[in-house]
Design a protein around this ligand. Structure first.
Ligand code: HEC
Length: 153
């Protein structure tokens, strides 16, 4: 091996090491800084789960649109149908107990909100609006709480 080739080889190796070190750091940092518990799901279950999550966002939006439009009872019916009742997708059995508990709390909050929509006056009075907003906030607290605790990727 000539001296020049040896130098080039050493330089190449150094660059290689630097790259490996950088890549490892980039990969490790988000994982070690991320306090959320990673739930390792089979790929197809993860996809179904995330699709289902996106429907929650859509439902929440529709519920808010309905409430804002004064169609409170419809909002309750939708919240119950889409959020209070599990959709039977078979995801729960892949989840840790803590996740399932948060999931139940979420369903309960949606069910409580649905019940509030049936008890408020039509149109709602000031106390009614407050009860509706508190009910929706109890749902979003569950979204936020679970998102802060778990991740699937
Ligand atoms: C019991 C736990 C739990 C509850 C309750 C929950 N989520 Fe999620 N959601 C998750 C997890 C876990 C993820 C995946 C996060 C990750 O891996 O980064 C997620 C992801 C999502 C995503 C991203 C989907 C995608 O395709 O990337 C949306 C949107 C979402 N949730 C909306 C909601 C909304 C809106 C609510 C409440 C109405 C809600 N979620 C309630 C656990 C929950």
């Amino acid at each position: 091996m000539t001296a020049r080739r040896a130098t080039r080889l050493t330089a190449g190796l150094l660059v290689g090491f630097a790259l490996v070190a950088t890549t490892a750091a980039v990969r490790a940092a988000p994982e070690s800084d991320d306090p959320r518990l990673l739930i390792d799901l089979p790929a197809d279950v993860r996809q179904t789960f995330l699709e289902h999550m996106r429907t929650h966002m859509t439902t929440l939006d529709q519920v808010l649109q309905l409430v804002g439009g004064g169609r409170v009872k419809e909002a309750g019916v939708l919240a119950r149908k889409e959020m209070a009742i599990g959709q039977g997708l078979g995801i729960g059995r892949h989840m840790p107990a803590e996740f399932r508990e948060m999931s139940f709390a979420f369903h309960r909050a949606a069910d409580d909100f649905a019940r509030v929509t049936q008890t408020v006056a039509d149109p709602p009075d000031a106390a009614g609006w407050k009860a509706l907003m508190t009910g929706i906030a109890a749902i979003t607290t569950q979204c936020a709480g679970c998102h802060g605790a778990f991740r699937v990727r």
